[in-house]
Structure formats: structure tokens, C-alpha cells
Design a protein. Structure first.
Length: 206
């Protein structure tokens, strides 16, 4: 089957199902690990994923410097309640993590490098699943697809089909969700752990 572009929200459900070649759910964790993930787990969205609108307030504090500076970060990414509703419509999630080593707790360069490596993993996973239309894929800390986002210049996103938003921007409590999934949130002193998740509908999986 030819490669399909990411599915616009306007595509009807029966169209998505017709063009979907399901992937075996048992293959998803090995797939994530083959793409560089440290560990991965399958979660049930309605039971295991913790949503809380308060995470939009954390984004607004702009600790990461991306608030209003990235198309895929708040406030540009959309209304928090609408995003939570969108993510909640999915059935199964592939939660995956990467672990970066730091020289010390002030190693900003190490954190940024680990974040780029997490982004690379997300891109590889997405490439492996690009035949499935209608997926939602979220990563950590805002989009890093482009070296520089065009948002500060008030220009449109140049790669909307590739852009990634974050779990936090969609109101997801990553700590609680990781605990539910059996994944460690902390990996010891001088490490940083990043998470991403792919959201699947039932018709995506066999």
C-alpha cells in the first residue's frame, strides 16, 4: 500500500478503517525498543492515562521557554479541554521512554541532547507506523522537528505533517501514567527520563 499522509480530522471514520492495515499489538513494544526506546508498555487510555487540565497552567509558567514560542505548544496547540477530549477518544496507547545520562543536575546541554535523542526515537517510531492513518503521537517538551520554530516570527509551521506536540500540552500527568504502565519515572542520580506515546483506535490493532 502507498504511504499515507497523517489523517486530517475531517476524514470520515469508515474511510480511515478502509485504508488501515492493522498492526499486531504484540509487536508494538519490540517496535519501540528497536527504534531506541529504553522501555515501553501498552496502556488502556480510559483506565491508565491520567488527564488533568492543571498541566496547561504548568505550561503557562514557561519553565521550558516554549510557551507561545512553538506552534505545537500552548497556547497555539489548542484548548486544553478539547485536546483532552481528543486524546480520550483513543483506546490503546504505546507509552515509551528514553533515559539520558547527565554529568550533574545542572547539565543543561546533556538534557537538551537527551531531548533530541527522544525526538529521534519518536520520528523513527512514527516512520514505522506511518501506514496507519488517524494516529495521535505525542512526545515530551514540545516539538523539536525543526531546528528553529517559525512561531516567534509569526509564520506558519513549515512541517505540520511532521510536528509533534507534548503529552503535557494535552493535559497528561506523565508521572501517574508511567506508574500505571509499570515504567520508572526516575532512573537515578544524574539521569533524565523522557516519555512519548502513540494513541491507537481499536481498528489500528490486530
Amino acid at each position: 500500500m502507498p504511504r499515507m499522509p497523517p489523517a486530517p480530522r475531517t476524514w470520515p471514520l469508515n474511510w480511515l478503517k478502509a485504508f488501515c492495515e492493522p498492526v499486531n499489538r504484540q509487536d508494538l513494544i519490540p517496535l519501540a525498543q528497536s527504534c531506541g526506546a529504553h522501555r515501553a508498555a501498552l496502556v488502556t487510555i480510559s483506565q491508565d492515562v491520567a488527564f488533568d487540565p492543571v498541566f496547561r497552567d504548568i505550561c503557562a509558567s514557561n519553565a521550558c521557554g516554549q510557551y507561545g514560542a512553538c506552534h505545537m505548544c500552548p497556547p497555539d496547540v489548542g484548548n486544553i479541554h478539547e485536546l483532552i477530549a481528543q486524546a480520550s477518544q483513543y483506546d490503546t496507547g504505546l507509552l515509551y521512554q528514553s533515559v539520558g545520562q547527565l554529568e550533574d543536575s545542572f547539565d543543561i546541554e546533556g538534557m537538551l541532547l537527551a531531548a533530541r535523542l527522544q525526538n529521534d526515537i519518536a520520528v523513527r517510531i512514527r516512520e514505522q507506523l506511518q501506514h496507519l492513518p488517524g494516529l495521535l503521537h505525542l512526545s515530551t517538551g514540545g516539538c523539536r522537528i525543526c531546528e528553529r520554530c517559525t512561531r516567534p516570527q509569526s509564520l506558519p509551521c513549515i512541517s505540520p505533517e511532521m510536528a509533534l506536540s507534548s503529552l503535557e500540552a494535552y493535559g497528561i500527568d506523565v508521572y501517574k501514567t508511567a506508574l500505571k504502565a509499570g515504567l520508572k519515572y526516575h532512573h537515578g542520580e544524574n539521569t533524565v527520563t523522557y516519555f512519548g506515546m502513540v494513541f491507537f483506535k481499536e481498528y489500528h490493532l490486530a
